[in-house]
Design a binder for this molecule. Sequence first.
Ligand SMILES: *Cc1c(COP(=O)(O)O)cnc(C)c1O
Length: 433
Amino acid sequence: MIQAATSNDLFLRAQNSIPGGVNSPVRAFKAVGGNPRFMVSAKGAYMFDEDGNKFIDLINSWGPMILGHASELVQKAVQDAIPNSLSFGAPTRKEIEIAELIVSMVPSIEKVRMVNSGTEATMSAIRVARGYTGRDKIIKFEGCYHGHGDSFLISAGSGAITLGVPDSPGVTKGTANDTLTAPFNNLEAVQTLVEANKGQVAAIILEPVAGNMGLVTPADGFLQGLRSICDKEGIVLIFDEVMTGFRLARGGAQELYGVTPDLSTLGKIIGGGMPVGAYGGKKELMDYVAPAGPVYQAGTLSGNPIAMSAGMAMLTYLNEHPEVYTQLDHTAGKMVAGMQQNLEQSGHKFTINRVGSMFSIFFTDQPVNDFESAKTSDTAMFGRYFNAMLQRGIYLAPSQYETLFVSTSITEDLVEQYVQASIESIKEALEAK
Ligand SMILES: *Cc1c(COP(=O)(O)O)cnc(C)c1O
């Protein structure tokens, strides 16, 4: 049985000084019921909480811990960097080294600017696209998350051609009106928006594999179709690879699917667990960024030497060990196959989407290929499943609309444990209905 007294106390105490008791909303377990666990340490595949519980971690800090927790090579790089001071606010050799490495790994990137989060990366990328094209509007997709920048907190409302309505109070109408939304995997809707806003669309931004509505894969031809619309209309194509970058392949989803955007945004794995983001792309576009060009973007702690050291160690390892991606694909494939086999035997038809080491289960019998179909999933069932898994020592993302991230620390034994727990938890969640 999972102990919870200390975490429950801490969560109560946290409410007094932190909004909702957490520093990022999804951590609060609101979507699944129950209180969040407060963590004290983690190593490899395991996280340890304040109550003395041990969990197999399938979030891995929402992606960065692709080599498992407390990777010795990343930690050593950080320890080596610390005595030289934590920050200078002046350029360092390490920033060139990591930029050169990123350029060599990510197909679309010829020049890159480091920032401190994925949110900063996407905000900056659309500013560059707007500055470069002299246009105001952007197209995003329903269910795609690009951080909490004002322009991105918009959903479609009814119908793709409707003007955006703010999803969050605090986003102005002006901003919302400049964000057009289309259903994921729907090229026709994009075409219609582009025609209705001829010469006004600066950028199309998307997660090439969507991970923020649960995992949704791009349909055949979708990414290529967007590429050709952008080429024809002079629109900047931005792949938000904050989640997929360095995860699906060394060069991210753009390498896996063979479609090259004009700009890419990166985060999560790029910092090896430290707060880092980056945006980069064609020289022509990136030379629009100050001080080379007129588009202003800056950061006191950008390119921080400790964060760069962690990122450099992580990326160097991944670059030199492409077999990591085959291993992760194999591990995640076995996890999913084990569940699928049991579901078939028990006559339940649920949808599991997977690309490489990212996957999600949706409690619906429909295929899930956009936000509308993702929403057919039984989220109450997901909540019961999540809590049943937690009781079995398996820590999943506390929301239906998230993906799981497999790390290289997941061994064959743990795959077995996961599959077994998952089968029992689905059964329990169905019975509790
Ligand atoms: C996590 C995420 C972001 C935001 O990154 P932060 O570092 O949380 O600001 C942006 N885009 C995608 C696709 C993400 O998954």
